[in-house]
Every structure is written in C-alpha cells, then in structure tokens.
Design a protein around this ligand. Structure first.
Ligand code: ADP
Ligand code: MG
Length: 638
C-alpha cells in the first residue's frame, strides 16, 4: 500500500472547486445568488469570451465590511448559517460557504464592496485563492466582483471547456433563469460589450418572461395559481398548442431556487396528457412555495436538486394546478363581458372641481374613494388585472365530476343559510331619496318575474342560469354584496342595529380605535354603538343587524381604514364607503357552500333588476355567454 497523506489545503480547494465551479455559467449562478441573498434590486452581469477571460457581477445589495470581505473567501465561510438547526430551514440561496472560495481558487479576482454608511469601501485582489492586495476604495454601496482567467491554474479543467460562444450562452441562460425567479429584481446582461438582456424588475413574472424568453413565448403562456395544503404553485405554462422539441424551457423553482426535478417534470407533462404530440414538450416557469422545513436543499453541491418531504403532495400540487389552468384556457376564447346595455350611474362622490378625473387604473387603486361609481365594461377591462385562474385539486375534481355526472343535487346543509337574508322587496322598493335613482325606481315597480332556468353552481362561487338563449354566470358574493348595499342605502339615515347580548371587546390599532371614537356619530348612524376601553380596545354594544358578530372587528377595522385613508372627505362619501364595507361583510362569500334555494333567489333578484350589473367595487356581477358565442366556439356556425 502506498503511504497516505492529507491533501494540502490548496489542492483540497481545487478538488472541491471542481464540484461547485464547473464552467463560467456556474460561477455566474453562484455570484448572482449571492447578490440576490444580499438584497440587491439591480444586478448586472458582464461577460467577455464566454466568461472565460472576464466576468463581472455588480449589485446594489448590502455590501460587506472589510473583515467580512476577507473572510468570505475562506472555505466554509458564510453569514447565512450558524447552527445545525439552521440547516432544516434554509431561506437563502447560499448556505454552504463554498462559492467564493471555490471560484477564487481557480481564478484571479477583484472585489469592490461597500456597506451603507461606510465612508470608504474595500478593494481586494486575489489570485488562486490568496489575498494579494487589500485597500480602501471609493465605490457605491453594494458589491462588484470581477473574475478573470477562470481555470488558468487548472489546465485539466480548462480542457473541458467548450467554445466561448457555447460557454457564453450557458452563462446567459443562467442569468435568465435567475431573472425569471426574481421578477422584482432588474437584471442586465452584457455580452462582449452588447446588452443582451434587461428585465424591468417590476415584480411581474410575465414581463420577466417577455424579456428572457421573448415575445412569442410570453404570448403563449397561461397563468397558473394553485394551492394544495401547505404547498402552492404559481407561474405560467405554455398553451398545449405551443410546444417545443426540447424540455429546455421547463423551468422550476422551489421557493425561488432554480431546481431540476423529475417529479416536477412528470407532474407538468401529466397535466398535458392526451393534448400533446409525441416528442413535443410544454414550457413553464413555475415557482413552488413549500414550507422551508418540508424541503431539503442540501443534497447537491451546486444546490440544483432538492429532496421533498412529501413528493406526492408536490406532484399533485403541480399536476392539478396546471391541469386546472389548462382546462380554463385550452385554446378557448375567454368569455366576453356584456357590452350592450349602458350601466345606470350612481352619483359619483364629489371631488374638488379642479382635480383632474382619475384614470381607470387610479380608480381601482383608490377604490375606497371611488367605491360607488360603477365602471363601464370598457373601463373594467382596461383596469382589471389579467385573470388568474385558480383551481385546487378539490375544485378540479368537483368540476370534472359535475361534467361527467351531469346535474347533481347540492348538499342540503349550508353554512350560511341562516345569515343570508332574503332580499326584502319592501325595502328594495321603498322610495329612495336620491333623484338620480327615480327612473330606476319606476322601472323596478314594473311587474318583472324573469323566466329562467337555474342550472347550478360551480366552484362554490358562480351561479349558472339559462335565460332566453343565453347562459349567465353570476358571482354570488358580488351579487349579494350589491343587493345588501342597495338595501342599506334604502334604509335612510340610521341603519338598523342589533344589540349584542353580551357587549364584545374588539381589539384594533390604537389609531384606528381613536378614529372610530372621534366619529362616534357616524358609527351610531351605521348601527354601531361603542366605547373606548383604552389603547386599541373597544367595547361594542351594538352592531348593524346585517353583520355577523364574528365579523364586527373586521368591519370596524375596515371602516377605520376609510377614515384613515383621508381619500374620502365628504360625510356622504364616508357613509357610502362604510355601507359598502357592511354590505360586503354581510354577504355570502365565494368558496362558501350555499343552499341552492338561496342561490336561485339571488339569481332571480339579479335578473329581475336591471341595475344589478356591478358590485360596489365595480366588479361585474353577471357575465353572459350567448348561444351565438357558443355556436361559434363549437364551429356550428362561422
Ligand atoms: P454562501 O453564499 O453559501 O454563504 P459564498 O461563498 O457564496 O457562500 O459567500 C460567502 C459569504 O460572502 C456570504 O455568506 C455573504 O455573507 C458574503 N457575500 C458574498 N457575496 C456577496 C455579495 N454580493 N454581497 C454581500 N455579501 C456577499
Ligand atoms: Mg453563495
């Protein structure tokens, strides 16, 4: 047997470096991950000759103190891990403390770094892992690392490098993948002096996809958003009609860490089953949010593979999430909003004459101020966020069951039967003082019993009815909220209250509570009777009769929010905003189980009344699919 020697540290570092630093792309990945961990909002990557001779990563993250900067290049030096328990819940991209040491061991490095508040930054120069220079330097807050002549001292590794153009593309791809994982960070990539990629950093995944994968890919994507127990998946997948010959655009992240996983690939492709041709693959950019303790990220030197505590759960989450998104959007044209009939306008809240009319976007943004102005369909379309389709496994199964089995009896026990108040015709028809509504009022008095067929409810949210050759989808929460609101508005100056058997203590922010007490008169007129108990505590004796006792605190807090925002400055505006809150809190919620009889009644009310088009938020209540639209979709007519 030959004698055994311990490797000298330099040789050991070179061997270890081989695992982490395989090629320029892996250096880019590690250094960009460090910038992300450092909280950078802008990260710029520059390469020359495929990154083999020159690689510069600049970030505006937290920077490093001088002593930290020197330590950072030692093996197993990290600021991200202290105790072994930390390994069980790793929230940073780095944790092994190896990347800087490994990169430095096989290159020449210049580091420039400064922390906020320090007068001078630090410049370090290293070769083959040794710090040769350390001096003061003027530089912005953040860190710049320049890596020159990668593998200059490891000719064996150098031999494995491909052409510069190939290495350069791999490095560019590495930047793109990090950019897709972090739409909130603006990335720039400059290759041989040319800007190759720039993401806006606006937090929108779709704009990052547009910048990285291109316009066409972005146009072919459909959104995915789904929750499965403690795991959720969100992002985009390609339409079944837009596939590729390779899997290179199947991009998965777990808690924003880029990973490869056979489970995820299988789950994705399973969702497209029977929709793809052999040899064609879907694309995706999907991030899974998994509790830190349910995933082990420490199973691979380059951290590109992970181990899930529960593979099945992960598979199901992606499989059903993608399947749900596809079934919503597989080549179908989304339902159009009704455009025909003009919507009766409520009087808009007064605002100073000189202030310019806000844009539709501003109207939704400041919705507390504009809560009662109905939007036109066009405005709604312009300002609405792109639709995100959510379907959990459960919902998915419900829908497929319903589709397979045809109409089925709804469960008879409901959660809200007792809280759903039948629309009170007397109240609805009682004279309304506002002149703008007089015409609507007259119309309401006409006998109008709509002839319709109640089909059922889907996704515990949407009522489906058929009427005169049209299929109507009614959002049950939006509809109920609007009916409540109209009824409350019709109640006159004082809203009916219910005295609580035992007064209830509600805990709010001190400021919220103070504001509510200051406006006690307004609150009394809304049906609330309350007193201060000090700090944020309120003793509530009476609440509006529409509101459930358990919702009292949330309702008060939201009303305080209206008062706090300062956006609504007229008493009428405030009152309407508060009534809207009460109407919303008193309404049945999407996702709840509701008695079909109540839903039928709700539908009848919506159909009976022309003015029930939009909820007080401006969201539509009812959407229509005409026979013609359906026939066109199914190519019965052209
Ligand atoms: P790890 O990321 O696993 O901690 P690294 O070798 O990649 O190990 O980095 C070592 C340490 O250097 C990090 O823990 C971090 O404290 C510091 N560091 C590295 N890059 C940056 C950067 N761009 N900005 C601020 N600190 C950094
Ligand atoms: Mg790192």
């Amino acid at each position: 047997m030959p004698s055994i020697f311990r490797l000298d540290p330099h040789l050991a570092n070179l061997i270890a470096a081989g695992e982490v630093v395989e090629r320029p792309a892996s250096v880019v990945k590690e250094l960009v991950e460090n910038s992300i961990d450092a909280g950078a909002r802008n990260i710029s990557v520059e390469l020359q000759n495929g990154g083999m001779t020159f690689l510069r990563i600049t970030d505006n993250g937290c920077g490093m103190e001088r002593e930290d900067a020197k330590t950072a290049f030692l093996r197993h030096a990290t600021s991200k891990l202290r105790r072994k328990e930390d390994l069980e819940a790793i929230g940073t991209l780095g944790f092994r403390g190896e990347a800087l040491a490994a990169t430095a061991a096989v290159s020449k490095i210049d580091l420039l770094t400064r922390v906020e508040g320090a007068l001078e930054g630090t410049r370090l120069h290293l070769e083959a892992g040794k710090i040769l220079e350390c001096e003061d330097a003027g530089c912005p807050v953040g860190t710049t690392i320049i890596v020159r002549d990668l593998f200059y001292n490891t000719p064996a590794r150098m031999k494995f490098m491909k052409r510069d153009s190939v290495e350069g593309s791999a490095a560019a791809a590495a930047v793109g993948r990090q950019a897709l994982a972090h739409p909130e960070i603006s990335f720039r990539l400059i290759k041989d002096g040319e800007l190759q990629l720039q993401t806006p950093g606006d937090g929108e995944l779709l704009s990052a996809i547009y910048a990285v994968l291109g316009r066409q890919a972005a146009g072919e994507m459909i959104p995915v958003q789904s929750q499965w127990e403690k795991v959720s998946v969100s992002g985009y997948v390609s339409r079944p009609t837009a596939t590729r010959g390779t899997r290179s655009n199947q991009i998965f992240y777990v808690n924003h860490r880029l990973i490869r996983s056979k489970t995820l690939t299988a789950a994705l492709e399973e969702a497209y089953r029977n929709q793809l041709m052999v040899g064609r693959f879907p694309s995706c950019v999907l991030n899974l949010t998994v509790p830190l303790a349910a995933v082990d990220v420490n199973v691979h030197p380059a951290k590109t593979e992970v181990k899930f505590l529960n593979e099945r759960e992960i598979f199901d989450c992606v499989h059903y999430g993608v399947k749900g998104a596809l079934s919503h959007a597989s080549g179908q044209t989304p339902m159009q909003l009704p455009q025909e009939k003009p919507i009766p306008q409520e009087p808009a809240p007064q605002r100073p004459a000189q202030s310019p009319a806000p844009s539709p976007a501003a109207q939704t943004a400041g919705k507390t101020g504009e809560a009662f102005r109905s939007m036109t369909a066009a405005e709604y379309r312009k300002s609405a966020p792109p639709p995100v389709h959510t379907m959990t496994k459960w919902e998915y199964e419900q829908v497929s069951k319903a589709l397979q089995a045809g109409p089925k009896a709804e469960p008879s026990r409901t959660m809200v039967a007792e809280t759903f108040r039948k629309p009170e015709p007397a109240a609805l028809h009682s004279p309304v003082t506002r002149p703008a509504e007089e015409t609507a009022q007259q119309r309401l008095e006409l006998p109008n019993t709509p002839d319709f067929r109640y089909v059922g409810e889907v996704l515990n949210t949407y009522i489906i009815v058929e009427q005169a050759g049209e299929v109507l989808f009614i959002d049950k929460h939006a509809a109920h909220e609007r009916i409540n609101f109209e009824r409350l508005m019709a109640q006159g100056t004082t809203i009916l209250g219910q005295t609580l058997l035992t007064p209830r203590t509600c805990r709010l922010d001190a400021e919220e509570a103070a504001l509510l007490l200051e406006n006690r008169d307004l609150l009394l007129s809304l049906g609330f009777d309350l007193d201060g108990l000090g700090e944020g505590d309120l003793l509530v004796r009476q609440i509006p009769s529409d509101v459930r006792e358990s919702d009292a605190e949330a309702t008060l807090s939201e009303i305080a929010g209206h008062l706090q925002s300062g956006r609504i400055d007229t008493p009428t505006g405030l009152r309407e905003a508060a009534l809207h809150t009460i109407a919303c809190k008193a309404a049945i919620k999407g996702g709840w189980q509701t008695d079909p009889a109540e839903l039928r009644q709700l539908a009848a009310e919506v159909l009976r009344r022309e003015d029930l088009k939009y909820c007080p938020h401006g969201r539509p209540i009812c959407m229509t699919l005409t026979r013609r639209q359906l026939e066109k979709q199914f190519k019965r007519i052209t």
